[in-house]
Write a protein that binds this ligand. Structure first.
Ligand SMILES: [Zn+2]
Length: 279
């Protein structure tokens, strides 16, 4: 075989350059799809994001495939697959955001959770993005509207819940349920602001001021005599037994809200509202 003394080194250099280019391309692709450290959430958000309000961070996902139901009989919602595992802590930290109500969110709220003539100015409300761990262990980013005076409390509380992997079913605006507290509760949705009266009364609820939060309401229903809300939560009205996602006075969620000066509806005497924390 005739040797080719001067071509071989060039071929090697060309091969090396090709390999480097290939490696770079693969690295870039992996970095984009997995959320590399340099351009992390922008890439991830673009890949799994749905509607992103102005200035907000999006993280929504592909439709849930299995259509299964869990022990409480609630089917996963389409478009809520989330992402497996935890976000790296710096990325998660950056996703806990409080801001003035963005124009897009304002449009969603008008005439739904926020009626014309509401006594609480929109300027007093804040829009929060809250990463959380779903009942399936996957990470999602929820949306919440609250009063500005508790925005920092809620960021801190939900950050602690996230770090402890405390499961929350969903965190969506009641506007996604047509402003219906009943429907939001029946879907086991955690929420705050809703311009409405107290259940069964005329007085404005603390929710109308964005000063109350309901957490995992299906497993932690409102109980007044024989009346249970949501109705599907009747199974969980008996608090003498243990079951997953039950809020009691030793529960982490309850402790965190207490530390931030909130009172818990589970301590009320005339009725019990195990999902409810207010300030
Ligand atoms: Zn409530």
């Amino acid at each position: 075989m005739e040797p080719i003394p001067y071509r071989r080194p060039w071929l090697s250099v060309i091969s090396l350059l090709s390999a480097a280019a290939f490696a770079f391309a693969v690295c870039s692709a992996v970095s984009c799809s997995r959320g590399g450290r340099t351009a992390p959430m922008a890439a991830d958000a673009a890949e799994v994001a749905g509607d992103v309000p102005d200035g907000g961070l999006g993280l929504e996902a592909a439709p849930a495939a299995d259509g299964s139901r869990d022990e409480a009989g609630v089917a996963p919602r389409d478009g809520e697959k989330g992402i497996a595992g935890d976000l790296p802590s710096e990325e998660a930290e950056a996703m806990f955001v409080s801001m003035d109500i963005p124009a897009e969110v304002r449009a969603r709220m008008m005439g739904v959770s926020y009626p014309e003539g509401a006594a609480v100015p929109l300027e007093d409300l804040r829009y929060l993005r809250l990463p959380y761990i779903g009942f399936d262990g996957r990470t999602r980013v929820g949306e919440m509207v609250c009063n500005k005076v508790i925005a920092e409390d809620l960021l801190s509380i939900f950050r602690s819940l996230y770090e402890a992997r405390y499961p929350v079913r969903s965190i969506r605006l009641v506007d996604d349920f047509g402003g219906s507290d009943e429907e939001s509760m029946a879907a086991d949705n955690t929420s705050c602001f809703n311009y409405r009266a107290v259940s069964g009364g005329r007085k404005l609820s603390k929710h109308a001021y964005g000063l109350a939060v309901d957490v995992n309401p299906l497993e932690n229903p409102y109980v007044r005599g024989t009346s249970v809300k949501p109705a599907a939560g009747a199974h969980f009205a008996d608090r003498s037994r243990a079951f997953p996602h039950k809020i009691d006075s030793s529960d982490l969620c309850c402790r965190l809200f207490r530390e931030h000066g909130f009172s818990w509806g589970g301590n009320w005497r005339s009725l019990k509202d195990y999902q409810h924390f207010e300030k």
